[in-house]
Design a protein around this ligand. Sequence first.
Ligand SMILES: [Zn+2]
Length: 143
Amino acid sequence: MKSTRIHLHHYVIVKAPGLLPMLYKICELSLELRIPDRTLRDWLKMGAPYLHDSGDRIWINGREFAHWVEGQRKPKNARKLTASQGYCMHCNKVIELVNPKTIPIQGKLVNIRGSCPECSAIVNRGDRLPSRSTGKTVSSTGQ
Ligand SMILES: [Zn+2]
């Protein structure tokens, strides 16, 4: 089972959707995303889209790159966490939240905050409250 997860810096995730539908040179794009050239070259090797011109120069289409970044953020086998789980950035895995608290943010959005049972770091996860009750809740999906 091979899955190369690429660590995308927060700034890249925020910035990528704003990239223009133009061709960037490696040095331009790395400047734009505030990452070292070398990191960007690594991503190209790992599957980020780019073009080669006849002079052996590399060009990266901003929109295609943004699309790739988007794809990296959503692992195919992302599982839904249960209400009591969260992802610990320190342990790099899903953990059972210790003492989770639900903090309303806005509308149906809530933040669930608890701590990691292994390293005690604070773990936050965003969630969405179920739609306002329509009186019918289908909960029997099993056999
Ligand atoms: Zn942890």
